[in-house]
Design a protein around this ligand. Structure first.
Ligand code: PLP
Length: 481
């Protein structure tokens, strides 16, 4: 293990150092693709050194692209070096952090407390756990919400199932993340019981419309039970009016959930506090340390103002798992679906310890400033059009050359731009559809998460958008000729 181990350490360091010199993304060569997809399980084993060669030659050349200072796709950050550094140690220990008296679960308590402190959320003992990501955190939170609503109505969702009960209704905005609907489907609520609340011109949930929808559903014999607001949407980084939504929730006996997977950390930016007012009133929050914070994937986090409903929703301790020394809080596995749980806390702890609170604030400040800079460049350009205000660190815009392209041509063009930018390899951004007064349009969005990104990188991105649009238009002209 010693020699290959040292080689891997060198490869890691070389890889991270060389990222900015490589294309952001590149197509997988046919031969390597065949190898990655189609190789056969070797009949006999191979030496570790050979495996290291394979990884060097066939895996490292094909990153997804995150980590590069000109990667602006989805919400994928560069990995924290501190997190990368300690991860082999976590896997060497290889504990199950279901619970018990060992380093993993104890450190997880600290990490969860730190995360709650960072975003200004109350943290009772046991009020949260790390998960694979925010999708799983959302399942934990909504299952707790479902169970609390059932208990309040005198039944038990776990024991009774949902049959024969007034249908539970979840409220989310049109810009809410797809994981909310997935969770609702999985929890047996049914996608039709997810009410889409309209958003305003800045893509923030309309609390007046929420109040009306809840009243209407109650009138119809349904059971409104939870509203899920966003502290930073994926499309535009919009932060919903959390305090007003909290008021509607309080007045209507709704569980107030905040999806802060991407944007909750934005509260740390100078002057951003008022925009997040009310977040601290949430019954639960989903965070994603593997997003803005840069903890290497996978690391999500569910925070709970009161851990009891989550335990009520998940605790199931068979005799072979019984631990009479588990303490008052019990095991993490009593608060979520996972039994065997990886040592996520080590890379989260390392990331947070390395940055410190000041470092996290600086990261958030730097990346939000970059997003505003990009939005300013878009604003000043005569061939680009901003499509949303910058609430966090996403800039949403579209390519719109001077002249009068009909709306469907503009849509076609902008829809084709991201793949072409990616193919060119100098920058990486993704697209989406954004609703507006006259219907949704195809949009480009750049999410700024890498503090190593420079203003020059932003100029290159916009030049790449222009170049991509030109080559898409040219290809179309050739096709039509
Ligand atoms: C990424 C994201 C999610 C889903 O989280 P996963 O970690 O991908 O499971 C949910 N909501 C928002 C706003 C996100 O950005």
């Amino acid at each position: 293990m010693d020699e290959p181990g040292r080689r891997v350490a060198d490869l890691v360091a070389d890889y991270l150092r060389s990222v900015p010199r490589h294309p952001v993304w590149r197509p997988v060569a046919a031969e390597d693709r065949d190898w990655l997809l189609g190789q056969r399980l070797p009949a006999t084993g191979r030496p570790l050194d050979d495996l290291v060669d394979d990884v060097r030659d066939r895996v490292l050349p094909y990153p997804m692209g995150n980590g590069h200072p000109r990667f602006f796709g989805w919400v994928n950050s560069p990995p924290s070096p501190a997190g990368v550094l300690v991860e082999p140690l976590a896997t060497a220990l290889d504990p199950s952090c279901a619970g018990g008296e060992h380093a993993g679960p104890l450190l997880e308590r600290t990490v969860v407390r730190w995360l709650a402190e960072l975003v200004g959320y109350p943290h009772p003992p046991g009020g949260g756990l790390l998960t694979s990501g925010a999708s799983m955190a959302t399942i934990v939170c909504l299952a707790a919400a479902r169970q609390r609503a059932a208990r309040r109505d005198g039944w038990n969702a776990r024991a009774d199932g949902l049959c024969g009960r007034p249908p539970l209704v979840l409220y989310a905005s049109a810009e809410g993340h797809s994981c909310l609907r997935k969770a609702a489907e999985l929890l047996g609520l049914g996608a039709r019981r997810v009410r889409t609340v309209p958003v305003d011109a800045a893509f923030r949930m309309d609390p007046v419309a929420l109040r009306a929808a809840v009243a209407e559903d109650r009138e119809a014999g349904l059971r409104p039970f939870c509203v899920a607001a966003s502290a930073g949407t994926v499309n535009t980084g919009a932060v919903d009016p959390l305090a007003e939504i909290a008021d509607v929730a309080a007045a209507n006996d709704l569980w107030f959930h905040v999806d802060g997977a991407y944007g909750a950390l934005g509260v740390l930016a100078a002057g951003a506090g008022p925009r997040y007012r009310g977040m601290e009133r949430a019954d639960s929050m989903a965070l994603d340390p593997h997003k803005w914070l840069g903890v290497p994937v996978d690391c999500g986090c569910a925070l709970l103002a009161d851990p009891a409903p989550a335990r009520d929703a998940f605790s199931l301790v068979p005799a072979y798992l019984r631990d009479d020394d588990a303490g008052e809080l019990g095991w993490f596995s009593e608060y979520g679906p996972e039994q065997t749980r990886p040592f996520r806390a080590l890379r989260a702890w390392a990331t947070l310890s390395h940055l410190g609170r000041d470092g996290v604030v600086a990261l958030v400040e730097r990346t939000t400033a970059l997003a505003r800079t990009l939005a300013g460049m878009v604003e000043r350009a005569d061939d680009l059009e901003p499509l949303a205000p910058v609430d966090t660190s996403v800039a949403a815009f579209r390519y719109r050359p001077p002249g009068d392209l009909p709306p469907d041509r503009l849509d076609e063009l902008n829809r084709a731009v991201p793949a072409e930018v990616q193919r060119r390899g100098r920058a990486f951004l993704t697209g989406t559809r954004l609703g507006g007064g006259s219907g949704p349009v195809e949009a480009l969005r750049a999410c700024l998460l890498n503090p190593a990104t420079t203003e020059r990188d932003l100029e290159i991105l916009l030049d790449e958008v222009r170049a991509a649009a030109a080559s898409v238009s040219e290809a179309r002209a050739t096709r039509l000729a």
